[in-house]
Design a protein around this ligand. Structure first.
Ligand SMILES: Nc1ncnc2c1ncn2[C@@H]1O[C@H](COP(=O)(O)OP(=O)(O)OP(=O)(O)O)[C@@H](O)[C@H]1O
Length: 682
């Protein structure tokens, strides 16, 4: 417990009086002792936290007896209200003698009376050498004997009591700020005349504000906590205590004492915005904001909103949506990329995800448009509501219409008796994803336009209008401007859809992604880590990837089956090898040196026999294919093919086999490239 020492010169009833004054506020929370200067022996020392003295001169005299750690406070004193009323009752302009023990203390008393507002009287300091026969009233602080005997009315104001400013100094020093001490101080201040009317009224106002604040804070259904800038707790409400099961007073304790750092690791570094935490089965949404004082950080305000019930509702809803398949399968994290162009595109998409605006995603087939649509819904505020996807190209006209808009009971043959809600209705509050919107029949386009304009639908066979609140994301790999020119897409619908246009670049325009996605899919889909030879890498980068990422996924599947740890050129699918070289020169050479068609026939046979074929077998196989060729012709052909590096012929039983170049040549030729080349026409 904190301690106060009252230091006076000698034991008089003054120190008892001061003690009883101080106890009116501090009783029970501060220990008060009395000390007398005249009793002190060398070596004696006062060690109380605060030492109060009645005059500055006493503090000077007692310096050697007071510990350095103690704070010395010179008491400011005043009069109780009861005494002042007697003085204020004296008629204005009356001569009043002020009597104290010495001329100094007398003039001090006069000054004090003026200070506390006794300005209506003519206060005359007593001088024992003078005669005051014309004065009938005297005021004295306990020096009744010194008052001239002829004076009829003597107002003895007694000891002066401790002023409110002294209490405030001690309370601040001790950092005691309980409701009880505040209440006692206000009660006490009502019984005294204070020289600091301002302090008194401010203190009262502060007390009222505290009560108001506590009431407001405790009325809140959210947990509220206020900390200082170093995150030491200043205030918290009942709900906060309830949420975190606090049964001791944690004021002054560090925030981490109540909420562990693992639960809210960034609590003091950054402001929290709707941070979701789980605490003992409760879900809490946490927000915080800085409190500043003249631009300097002064504290942090925390708000804990209990959302357990909402979370349960949300979990039920998302379970139902999951059961029905009305949820997204991808998020932004699912979109793999190393391409700066794609990253720019994703950043743009992320920004618009939070809106409810219509989005049109265009890009070649397989570039990841559907992935984007899922990610947008997932990052949107409506993500807890359904995500309904439909491929407009895969339904015949009238079926697409009833799928999207639903139908009324008995509207067409084969319809379910009670009617059926359409996908627009099912997507209410969420997102509808219209894939391949460029293939939507014109009749359905008209209806879609109405949804976008009015946010209303009508079931097929019904006149009843149903309001819908949803976001539309459309995607197409068609050039809609060209479709508008051909009158197969409505221009007005295009403008309604093209509110936020997103263009997903083709894979060939983001080379950084080709190798990255190759390894990504190899590991994700086939659990393999492989090395690509330089030649393979350059082939993959040169290839145009008309089927984009979808085609890359297929190529990876093929290669994973063929290749082991290192992917060599032979493991690549033929269509990728085709772009390797232009073999026009080889064709020209072949045409000049031998029968080109017969050479193709030999190469085709060799490509079927990886282990090599002898000349005899080649002759037989050619005959089987209805191509007549002599052995000497075969020899000449093989010579030319060896010269071109397409075939390698070995002596003995191993015969001839196709080289890697020969393999590429055949792939290139099979892809029809030979016919397009100059050599092919010769
Ligand atoms: N950046 C990527 N990261 C990971 N997977 C991707 C990426 N881009 C596309 N994919 C995958 O490639 C496949 C094709 O993507 P998606 O279906 O989104 O393309 P699309 O542009 O909608 O094609 P289509 O126009 O033919 O409908 C999907 O399996 C998808 O998951």
């Amino acid at each position: 417990m904190k301690t106060i020492g009252i230091l006076t010169l000698v034991p008089t009833d003054l120190s008892d009086f001061i003690q009883s004054n101080l106890e009116k506020v501090f009783k029970g929370c501060v220990t008060i002792n009395k000390y007398y200067l005249s009793y002190f022996k060398p070596g004696d020392i006062i060690t109380t936290d605060v030492v109060v003295v009645t005059a500055q001169s006493h503090a000077m005299k007692a310096q050697n007896y007071i510990s350095h750690d103690s704070r010395i406070i010179v008491l400011r004193r005043t009069l109780p209200n009861s005494e002042i009323y007697k003085i204020t009752a004296i008629p204005k302009g009356t001569n009043v003698l002020v009597v104290n023990e010495s001329p100094e203390t007398t003039s001090e008393s006069v000054a004090f009376l003026y200070q506390i507002g006794i300005t209506h009287l003519n206060l005359i300091p007593y001088d024992c050498r003078k005669d005051y026969t014309d004065i009938n009233i005297a005021i004295t602080p306990g020096e009744v004997e010194s008052v001239p005997p002829h004076i009829q009315t003597v107002i003895d104001v007694g000891h002066r009591c401790v002023d409110i400013s002294t209490f405030v100094s001690i309370l601040n020093y001790f950092n005691i700020d309980t409701q009880e001490t505040s209440r006692r101080l206000i009660q006490y201040s009502d019984t005294i005349v204070t020289m600091d009317i301002g302090i008194k009224s401010q203190y009262k106002e502060l007390f009222m504000k505290n009560i108001q604040l506590n009431t407001v804070v405790n009325l809140s259904h959210n947990g509220i906590l206020l900390s200082d800038k170093d995150n030491f707790i200043l205030l918290y409400n009942k709900k906060f205590g309830q949420i975190f099961g606090i049964d001791e007073n944690v004021i002054g304790k560090h925030f981490s004492h109540v909420i562990s750092n693992t639960l809210l690791p960034n609590a003091s570094q950054s402001m929290l915005v709707d941070e979701l935490i789980e605490f003992k089965g409760r879900s809490l949404l946490v927000n915080s904001s800085k409190i500043e004082y003249f631009g300097e950080p002064a504290g942090i305000y925390y708000d804990f909103q209990e959302v357990t019930h909402i979370r349960h509702l949300e979990q039920n809803l998302s379970k139902k949506l999951r059961d029905k398949g009305l949820v997204t399968r991808y998020t932004f994290a699912s979109i793999q990329t190393k391409s700066p162009r794609m990253k720019d595109c994703i950043n743009f998409v992320k920004r618009l995800a939070s809106t409810n605006l219509t989005v049109l995603i265009t890009g070649e087939s397989g570039t990841g448009k559907e992935l984007m649509a899922h990610a947008i819904h997932d990052a949107s505020p409506q993500s807890i509501y359904p995500f309904v996807a439909i491929n407009c190209a895969s339904f015949p006209e009238n079926l697409l219409e009833s799928e999207l808009f639903g139908y009324e009971a008995g509207s067409f043959t084969g319809a379910i008796k009670e009617g059926k809600s359409g996908l627009f209705e099912q997507a209410n509050n969420g997102t509808i994803f219209l894939d391949e919107v460029g293939d939507m029949p014109l009749s359905v386009q008209v209806r879609l336009l109405r949804v976008l304009q009015e946010r209303q639908i009508m079931r097929v066979g019904s006149q009843r209008v149903i309001d819908v609140n949803l976001r539309v994301i459309a995607a197409t790999n068609k050039d809609l401007q060209a479709e508008i020119q051909k009158s197969s897409f409505r221009q007005d619908l295009f403008y309604r859809l093209n509110v936020l246009p997103i263009i997903v670049p083709p894979l060939r325009e983001r080379p950084e992604d080709i190798i990255h996605l190759f390894h990504f899919f190899m590991e994700k889909h086939h659990g393999k880590k492989v090395t690509l030879t330089r030649e393979v890498e350059s082939l993959l980068l040169k290839y145009k990837w008309p089927g984009n990422v979808r085609e890359l996924i297929n190529a990876v599947a093929y290669i994973s089956f063929i290749a082991t740890d290192t992917v060599h050129i032979e493991s690549l699918p033929a269509y990728i090898l085709n772009i390797h070289t232009d073999f026009s020169q080889e064709i020209t050479y072949l045409s000049a040196r031998c029968d080109k068609e017969k050479a193709y026939q030999v190469l085709a046979i060799l490509s079927r026999h990886v282990d090599g074929v002898g000349r005899k077998s080649l002759e037989t196989e050619c005959a089987n294919a209805m191509v007549t060729i002599t052995e000497s012709e075969i020899r000449r052909l093989l010579l030319v093919l060896n010269e071109l590096g397409l075939v390698e012929s070995k002596v003995g039983r191993r015969g001839s086999h196709l080289t890697t170049k020969g393999l590429h040549f055949m792939n290139w030729k099979n892809a029809g490239m030979a016919d397009q080349s100059k050599g092919g026409h010769s």
